[in-house]
Design a protein around this ligand. Sequence first.
Ligand SMILES: [Zn+2]
Length: 93
Amino acid sequence: MRHTRAHTANRRSHHALKEARLSKCEKCSAMHLRHRMCAQCGSYRGKEVVDVTAKFEKKMEKRKEKKNMLGMGEQKEEKDTPKKLDAEALSDK
Ligand SMILES: [Zn+2]
């Protein structure tokens, strides 16, 4: 059944997003989401929960590994293409 415009508008009147509830970190006084740990210092209600620096270092290591893997792949491709070209050139001759 077709709804009236008013009916649709009334339903959508509740669709607006509310602003995120933020609170101050007890340790570093940065703003963080309520009931979530602080992303700056990794503490929750004044207690350290996550070692942020260690996590960051791990992330960077993973990125490095990924970059190395990508680099290897590119190098292999670079090596493969000239060989193929050489082979083709030889076969033509
Ligand atoms: Zn903090």
